[in-house]
Design a protein around this ligand. Structure first.
Ligand code: M6R
Length: 365
């Protein structure tokens, strides 16, 4: 039930601290990730993994894109990510020591299922499903399973499924990282960051009223750009997808460094540019990209770490987020983008929970 919330989507956005906490429940102890979480025999399967191939669609694909940064930087495991509807129609090279990771809220997405079946039949790879529905086809057909515990997601626009997928993917990252020499004290530091995540999401939700007030500036726009760098680039993609799906405003995401290779030509006062700026080692680069936008008269909205040294100014609105550990920043910065898409859609009067032309679960190919 929706309770006091006007839409399921808003309720589900606000459920995220709880959903993420549930997804972590019983899976961390003594500064370590507990491998039993991945199912019976998981340790032996994980020992043999030399590469990861992630397959998913839509929002779940964006979660996979974020995870690629983590798996390579933190776990040192080569990782490819592809939308299942492309992967399954080419002849991709997958080796037997590749772990195939499917990500799906519903566990019934036809393309994701078909890609998994194909790869199992052709290569016999080991497979892990990250899924939100225990009785789904994907779960039944996967050797290892890591359930997200978001609870039922009713809104067609996926929100809590995404942040819980990211949480599960962080558990996978740490389980593999340990095998590649991640020192125990580092793992303990990352686990502490994970344990803080529900609280950080709660803090990000406090921006709700300020974002609601901002949304009016978007309602008459036809286009928008979302910028991020590193693992925040796929978060920008997810923010753009949310705005497209429910407010019907054309939104594109770019890694901020690509701006000058083309999209900068689009920037003018009618094209809002949304940037996410945690205080990471790409911050200075991002700031100079944003300067390029300002110099073309672009209007910027920046979600930034309080320590990032970004302030409001002519054509720039800044929304501060308190500092989060770099590892969890992609999860935290997702939240204001969900809220932005939601409030813009409400102003536009669209059917937020059931956007036109879309289905919650895409069971056709
Ligand atoms: O159930 P799945 O996670 O496999 O669904 C994949 C996509 O269809 C889904 O994420 C879709 O993109 C959502 N409408 C995004 O909000």
């Amino acid at each position: 039930e929706r309770g006091n919330y006007r839409h399921f989507m808003l309720k589900e956005i606000f459920e995220q601290p709880r959903a993420v906490a549930d997804t972590l429940e019983g899976r961390l102890a003594g500064g370590r990730v507990l491998e039993e979480a991945f199912g019976y025999g998981a340790a032996e399967v994980l020992d043999g993994v030399r590469e990861v191939q992630i397959l998913a669609c839509g929002t779940s694909y964006h979660a996979g894109m974020v995870a690629r940064y983590w798996l390579e930087a933190v776990a040192g495991v080569p990782c490819s990510v592809e939308v299942a509807n492309e992967f399954r129609y080419r002849r991709p090279v997958v080796r037997p020591d590749t772990l195939v990771v499917t990500i799906s809220q519903s566990g019934e997405t036809a393309d994701t299922l078909a890609a998994l079946r194909d790869i199992k039949a052709r290569v016999g790879s080991r497979a892990l499903a990250i899924c939100n529905v225990p009785e789904s086809s994907l779960v039944r057909e996967s050797e290892l399973v890591l359930m997200t515990r978001a609870g039922p997601e009713i809104g067609v626009a996926s929100t809590k499924a995404f942040t819980t997928q990211l949480t599960a993917l962080l558990l996978l990252t740490l389980a593999l990282a340990r095998r590649n020499g991640l020192p125990a004290e580092r793992e303990a530091e990352y686990v502490a960051a994970l344990e803080e995540l529900p609280r950080r999401i709660e803090r990000a939700l406090e921006l709700n009223d300020a974002i609601d007030a901002l949304a009016a500036d978007f309602a008459d726009k036809h286009h928008s750009l979302f910028l991020g760098r590193g693992p925040l680039y796929p978060v920008a993609m997810e923010g753009a997808l949310k705005l497209k799906e429910i407010s019907y405003i054309h939104a594109e995401a770019y890694p901020a460094g690509e701006l000058k290779h083309g999209p900068l030509a689009l920037v003018d006062g009618e094209m809002p540019v949304i940037a996410i700026a945690p205080n990471d080692d790409l911050l200075e680069k991002l700031k100079s990209n944003l300067q390029e936008v300002r110099a073309r008269g672009g209007r910027l909205v920046v979600f930034a770490d309080t320590a990032a040294g970004m302030d409001d100014g002519e054509g720039v609105r800044t929304f501060p987020l308190e500092h989060s550990h770099e590892l969890i920043a992609p999860v935290v910065y997702t939240v204001p983008l969900q809220l932005l898409a939601y409030h813009v859609a409400v102003i536009k009067g669209t059917d937020v929970d059931q956007p036109r032309n879309l289905a919650k679960s895409v069971t056709v190919e």
